[in-house]
Design a protein around this ligand. Structure first.
Ligand code: GH3
Ligand code: MG
Ligand code: MG
Ligand code: MG
Length: 314
């Protein structure tokens, strides 16, 4: 590539190489009923190291994409049997956002209005066959980068920088929907507030870096234990987990065993080990708002603190 593209700037070539290395992890579906066209696009993508899967019509592509959440891009022809490119795009957009799946429309014949239609149906971009290799690659690269940038922005807004966990902002936005569903269907929703005991002592004894390390290790334990639920770093050394559809009676043993596991775990730090305990407050009394539910869990957490810490109060 460097030789072939050397009439480009050093920056362009570096960017291209970096791109190629990342492409190895990007799965692309090519949907086209023409064998020649399908193989041609596949070849272009393979030279840029993308992982390519081929589909002969829209329905096959739809099934492939639904079966594999790692597929990040679809390049789709318009005219295909079973399901055409527009139908395919519309069906996919009901489930996948533009930032989760890039769709690029492709067509050989047709009018200039085809591109607008593809985009109105939800495609990110459109290419008219025949196209120049360079335009093809530039557009693909541009669209993938746009998707990655949006994902990076989303993560910056929704995740906590230190632990990579969801932050309080995201928790509240997602919890609103969980709360609404619980209220409407009369289903349980349990909220648990989890706070590390005497965390200041970790910082005071071992320094801030040890504190950060302990928070990360603790966050990892929360993720491992409560991965099926909605867990977030609420702030500092305080975490919140929401259990949709689960009553407090059902989840208490799990919270209790988490408390116990934390108590038993030694977190390695330099030549020493850090030990933590946690206090937990949990409730499924929905009250009249999400804020109320979480506030109640917080009150119970403070009861755990007042009663000697390292305990669960429900
Ligand atoms: P309690 O048992 O009452 O919860 O005592 P505590 O010391 O854990 O509670 P407090 O809320 O008084 O102090 C929490 C401390 O956690 C204060 C702050 O220095 C520390 N902390 C919060 N966020 C971070 C962080 O991201 N990194 C580090 N190293 N420390 C943090
Ligand atoms: Mg066709
Ligand atoms: Mg604390
Ligand atoms: Mg605290």
């Amino acid at each position: 590539y460097v030789v072939k593209e050397s009439r480009y700037s050093y920056e362009y070539v570096t960017r291209l190489i970096r791109r190629l290395l990342r492409n190895r992890n990007i799965k692309v579906v090519v949907a086209d009923d023409s064998d020649t066209s399908r193989q041609y696009v596949r070849q272009l993508l393979v030279t840029h190291l993308y992982q390519v899967q081929l589909a002969k019509h829209g329905r096959e592509a739809l099934e492939m994409i639904k079966a594999d959440p790692e597929i990040k891009m679809l390049i789709s022809d318009y005219n295909m049997p079973e399901m055409d490119g527009f139908e395919l795009t519309r069906a996919l957009r009901r489930e996948y956002d533009k930032k989760d799946l890039v769709i690029i429309g492709l067509s050989g014949y047709g009018s200039a209005t085809l591109s607008a239609k593809f985009i109105k149906n939800g495609a990110n971009d459109f290419l008219m066959k025949p196209f120049f290799h360079e335009e093809f690659h530039c557009r693909i690269m541009h669209n993938i980068e746009a998707m990655e940038n949006i994902q990076a922005l989303n993560d910056a807004a929704n995740r906590d920088y230190l632990t990579g966990m969801y932050n309080r902002r995201y928790l509240f936005s997602a919890a609103k929907e969980l709360y609404r569903v619980a209220k409407e269907n009369g289903e349980p929703l349990t909220a648990a507030m989890i706070d590390v005991d005497h965390f200041k002592r970790i910082n005071d004894t071992y320094g801030h870096e040890a504190g950060d390390r302990a928070i990360c290790a603790f966050a990892k334990m929360i993720g491992e234990t409560f991965g099926d639920y909605l867990a977030a770093r609420f702030g500092g050394e305080e975490f919140c987990v929401l259990f949709p559809g689960v009553s407090i009676e059902k989840i208490s043993p799990m919270l209790e065993s988490f408390r116990h596991k934390v108590e038993q775990t030694a977190i390695p730090f330099l030549s020493d080990h850090l030990r933590l305990t946690v206090s937990i407050g949990a409730t499924d009394v929905l009250g009249d708002s999400l804020d109320n539910l979480i506030r109640r869990a917080d009150v119970l957490l403070y009861e755990s603190k007042d009663n000697g810490r390292n305990r669960l109060t429900t």
